[in-house]
Design a protein around this ligand. Structure first.
Ligand code: MN
Length: 163
């Protein structure tokens, strides 16, 4: 009887250990899939829809670059805006768009890079049916932060992505 109890206990311990290992593996896979942390949900009037931001790097850096990981829920986007010092986007997840004012929208996938010249009015955001994430690097940040304009209207969004 005592013999059986010992083996039952041992089995239980091994089962708990196995479950813990599986949980850790799941977390590792999820982190590997997102590449960079999703960060905090943004509460900003300069974006439409649900957006998460994870800023990286030191604020007082003499490199004058501000960079972070931005994740957009489906259809979420920035407002129209421009960057006095320019910006580079490295797409890391999903499907989305970049549009410079007066130009056709550019469809973007994981692995695409967008170079945004100084002072070009534009927006970036997710496709209607996909999350979208990019690393955004704002350059020459000592020359000023983003200049924010109005939201991308539903009409602008719909006509942009149909092109
Ligand atoms: Mn931008």
């Amino acid at each position: 009887m005592k013999y059986h109890l010992t083996y039952s206990l041992l089995f239980l311990i091994l089962l708990v250990a196995a479950c813990n290992t599986k949980k850790k593996t799941d977390e590792s896979i999820r982190q590997a899939e997102t590449l960079f942390p999703k960060g905090e949900e943004l509460n900003s009037k300069n974006f439409t829809g649900t957006v998460w931001l994870y800023m990286m790097g030191a604020r007082d850096s003499t490199l004058h670059a501000r960079f972070g990981n931005v994740t957009f829920a489906p259809k979420a986007s920035t407002n129209w805006h421009s960057h006095p010092g320019g910006q580079i986007l490295f797409i890391t997840e999903g499907k989305g768009y970049y549009q410079a004012k007066g130009q056709p929208a550019r469809l973007l996938h994981k692995g695409d890079v967008v170079e945004i010249p100084r002072n070009v009015v534009h927006w970036h955001g997710a496709a209607p049916d996909s999350e979208f994430a990019h690393i955004a690097i704002s350059l020459n940040a000592d020359e000023g932060g983003a200049v924010w304009l109005g939201p991308v209207t539903d009409e602008e969004y719909d006509s942009s992505i149909m092109q």
